[in-house]
Design a protein around this ligand. Structure first.
Ligand SMILES: NC(=O)c1ccc[n+]([C@@H]2O[C@H](COP(=O)([O-])OP(=O)(O)OC[C@H]3O[C@@H](n4cnc5c(N)ncnc54)[C@H](OP(=O)(O)O)[C@@H]3O)[C@@H](O)[C@H]2O)c1
Length: 280
């Protein structure tokens, strides 16, 4: 199978290139093809003749999206439409990476794939509108929603916590936002399986289990054997430009129905820490 990956220089893109074997992959960064440029997108898709496209390219700075909404919509929604249009022209299938931020976070049980979108941030709106437009344009498109991504080769929460812990006796971390951490390696394996299984429609792909950022930080510090104290604080005490959902646990029901099981986030964190040790 030929697969073209947009966003190959990102956290997930790098994991896809490292982990995906047995197929012919082409990885593209924004320098190879800016997805806002419909003509260039069409050209690279024609050249690479993919059977599947993985669209992992996005403007992912959630707070930056609040102050640059035009850029956020141009990349995340309109750029996604450019990729889907080009995919359709060559008969390629498409996986769009989307986010738990399409939900408002007001539930207290896991979000199912069919639950109503109600994004609270600009980033969440760009992703929700991309999902809607792509599913209209290409009904057999696969929308893979994920959350709290971490991995080697980019900025991520565990890396930040470990770096901060090195210089401080205590860290304050929010304890009123609950979600599912997701290791880029496990997500990459799941995406390859989704393509092989010819999946269409919305699917939630995260590591199993959930936690708050505080609980995640505690596990990171404890597993790394650091003496730093992690203190729970509220989101109000750590105000940021973009609102975050209070609860954004994504239900794995559809993923399991497809025969795909994800490891627990604690197991994923342990493997991440081992890998990080080898790379620093
Ligand atoms: N990170 C998370 O916690 C999280 C959570 C839920 C969903 N997601 C979604 O998962 C996907 C992958 O996220 P990630 O964390 O791997 O992202 P990332 O590390 O921020 O990487 C973003 C990628 O998008 C590319 N890109 C940005 N603007 C572009 C443009 N105009 N044209 C073409 N490429 C462009 C970047 O290319 P350059 O390097 O060349 O700039 C980079 O390869 C995204 O769709 C994101 O929205 C992420």
């Amino acid at each position: 199978m030929r697969v073209t990956i947009f966003g190959a220089s990102g956290l997930l893109g790098k994991a896809l290139l490292r982990e995906w074997s047995g197929d012919t992959l082409t990885g593209l960064s924004s320098r190879d093809a800016d997805i806002r440029d419909a003509k260039r997108v069409r050209q690279v898709v024609r050249e690479t003749r993919p059977e599947w496209i993985v669209l992992a390219a996005a403007y992912t700075n959630v707070d930056g999206c609040e102050s640059n909404p035009d850029l956020a919509f141009a990349v995340n929604r309109d750029g996604a439409v450019n990729v889907a249009t080009a995919a359709k022209e060559v008969g390629a299938r498409l996986v769009l990476l989307s986010s738990d931020y399409v939900f408002d976070g007001k539930k207290n049980t896991p979000y199912e794939t069919g639950d109503r979108r109600n994004p609270q941030s600009v980033y969440g709106r760009t992703k929700a509108e991309a999902e809607i437009k792509l599913l209209e344009l290409m009904p057999d498109c696969c929308v893979a929603r994920t959350s709290w991504l971490f991995g080697i080769g980019g900025k991520c929460f565990p890396d930040t916590i470990l770096n901060l812990s090195a210089g401080r006796p205590a860290l304050d971390v929010v304890n009123d936002q609950r979600g599912c951490p997701t290791y880029a390696v496990d997500l990459a394996h799941a995406i390859a399986q989704l393509c092989r299984k010819n999946t269409s429609g919305i699917v939630h792909v995260t590591n199993a289990g959930d936690c708050t950022w505080f609980e995640f930080a505690q596990e990171i510090v404890g597993s790394a054997g650091l003496a730093t104290t992690v203190r729970p604080v509220s989101s109000q005490q750590m105000a940021r430009p973009a609102p975050r959902p209070t609860y954004s646990v994504l239900s794995p029901v559809r993923l399991r129905a497809l025969g795909i099981e994800m490891p627990s986030w604690r197991d994923a964190l342990r493997r991440y820490l081992e890998q990080r040790q080898l790379t620093i």
